[in-house]
Every structure is written in structure tokens, then in C-alpha cells.
Design a protein around this ligand. Structure first.
Ligand code: PAF
Length: 282
């Protein structure tokens, strides 16, 4: 596994493979890696000749500068996790390498980016699209792997790829959960022991709510989740939305779509956690 810091060096290395027709799989990350990231890497290693993992804490996607400061940076531990699973290149650029000048491009994909995270984190998806497009231009992968935990991000990246005509296959990979059900997240390391205990109620509520999808109306299910989180100690609901999995617009009836997903964001202390569950899928 080789660690490279510049686009020029990365592209020089990858040319050795792509000129011979080999395929490149890409897993973009912000580091602080956990088993969820490693599962994306394993998909890439299985499906491609070469795998590149980027580690870059992208400043333009943090609407809250305190959050950017607190974001865990653990690059040595990250590399120790990546080497044994067969990663070929870690691309770890500096901020200056990715943003030699401020990126003034605006990415806007309404209504996908105006709801949920888009409504609560102004500018977040613009920043995500800025960096992901720059990384795609640098790596030029055949396939790129994203977790379904960031369900809205995945939908927006698919849309960006479609509109910008990137010839990249976007592969969505299932959420990886801790043994007790909590969705894996780099932010989980910021939870105190008590908060970690409280946070469990998020996945428990979502997974339980799946059992009621047949019998409750959408409205009743919405109330069930909202009330369960309101009653849980130490949790503050930001939103819970039951949406069409393609358009991300809320549905009012189960028969409004063949693909229905419940997306939630909850503050556990000052740690903002997201999760989702599929109620209906083709
Ligand atoms: O999902 C993430 O970790 C980030 O949003 C991404 C895709 C690596 C872009 O910085």
C-alpha cells in the first residue's frame, strides 16, 4: 500500500494500471475509519484491479466550523486498517492540493438537496459535490463506493454523476451496524459512555418501526418514531422524514412509492447522528 499526497503522483501511479485496461475502484473518506468504511473497501477490492482510498477532511462541507475542528483525525490508525484489506493507494492530499484557489462552483440539485440534511446544513451538499467531483477528476475511477448511511448524499452524488456525465459506476453499500444496532459512524467516538447508551435508542426505534410499516399509516409510524425519540433520555430529534427513496420527497401513503425510506437525525449531547431504515424496496 502506497500513500500519496499529490494528484500528479497519484495519476502517474494509476496510469501504470489504466493504460493496461485495469479497473480502478475508489472509496472517498474523511478518515476516522471504522468497519463501515472497511466494508466499502472490501467491495472495491473484490470488484476492481486497483483500489484507491482517499482520506481528506473536506473543509467546504462543514457548515459548522466547530464540527470541522472536532472532526477526529486518525490517519496512522486509518492506514493500519487499510493495509491488510488490500488497498493499493491511500490518497491523502493537503487542503492546498485540493483547493489551490477557493472553489466557487455551485452544485444545486433541487429537490434532492433542499430537504432533510440539505435544509438543516446549508451549503453541506455543495461542499460534498465540490470535493467529490475534484476527487473523481483526480482518481478517474471506474467505480466509486458510498455508504447508504448517508442516504441523501448517495442520491445527490448519483444525480451529480448523471448530470456531469461522469463515466463512473456509483455503488451504494448497506449500513454497517455495531453488534447492538447503532449505525457505525466516525462521530460515535465522540460519544461519552452514557451518550453511547442513549444513542442506541435511535437504531432500536427505527428497526422496531419497520415491524409496523404494514399495519400503521405513514402518519402513525411518523408519530411512533417521533414519540419514542422524544421520550428517550439524552436525545433531541432534529427530523424524521419518511421519503421516497429516489426523489427524497416525503410520502403520505405507503402506496405512493415502491421505495420508502425513513431518515432520521438526532442530537445525542452535541453529537449529531444520522441513520435510516428501508420500509419498502422493490
Ligand atoms: O461521506 C463522507 O465521508 C464525505 O462526505 C465524503 C464523501 C468523503 C466527501 O468528503
Amino acid at each position: 500500500m502506497k500513500i500519496v499526497h499529490t494528484i500528479k503522483e497519484l495519476q502517474g501511479e494509476l496510469l501504470n494500471y489504466t493504460s493496461g485496461g485495469k479497473t480502478v475502484g475508489f472509496v472517498p473518506t474523511m478518515g476516522a475509519l471504522h468497519a463501515g468504511h472497511i466494508s466499502l473497501v472490501k467491495y472495491s477490492v473484490n470488484e476492481n484491479d486497483v483500489t484507491v482510498v482517499s482520506i481528506f477532511v473536506n473543509p467546504t462541507q462543514f457548515n459548522d466550523k466547530e464540527d470541522l475542528k472536532k472532526y477526529p483525525r486518525t490517519s496512522e490508525a486509518d492506514c493500519r486498517l487499510l493495509e491488510p484489506v488490500g488497498v493499493d493507494y491511500v490518497f491523502a492530499p493537503s487542503v492546498e492540493e485540493m483547493y489551490p484557489v477557493p472553489d466557487i462552483r455551485e452544485f444545486s440539485y433541487p429537490p434532492l438537496d433542499t430537504v432533510m440534511e440539505g435544509a438543516h446544513r446549508p451549503g453541506h451538499f455543495n461542499g460534498v459535490c465540490q470535493i467529490v467531483s475534484k476527487l473523481f477528476d483526480a482518481v478517474k475511477p471506474n467505480r466509486a463506493y458510498f455508504g447508504e448511511k448517508d442516504f441523501q448524499q448517495l442520491a445527490i452524488i448519483r444525480e451529480m454523476v448523471r448530470r456531469m456525465r461522469y463515466d463512473i459506476d456509483i455503488v451504494g453499500c448497506p449500513i454497517v451496524r455495531e453488534e447492538d444496532g447503532l449505525a457505525m459512524s466516525s462521530r460515535n467516538t465522540r460519544l461519552s459512555v452514557k451518550e453511547r447508551e442513549n444513542a442506541l435508542k435511535i437504531s432500536q426505534t427505527l428497526l422496531k418501526s419497520r415491524n409496523f410499516a404494514g399495519s400503521y399509516s405513514v402518519y402513525e409510524l411518523q408519530r411512533f418514531v417521533e414519540e419514542a425519540i422524544a421520550d428517550a433520555p439524552g436525545l433531541q430529534l432534529e427530523y424524521f422524514a419518511i421519503v421516497d427513496g429516489n426523489t427524497l420527497q416525503t410520502v403520505e401513503r405507503w402506496d405512493a412509492s415502491d421505495y420508502v425510506v425513513g431518515c432520521i437525525t438526532v442530537f445525542c449531547g452535541d453529537v449529531r447522528l444520522i441513520d435510516n431504515v428501508k420500509y419498502k424496496e422493490l
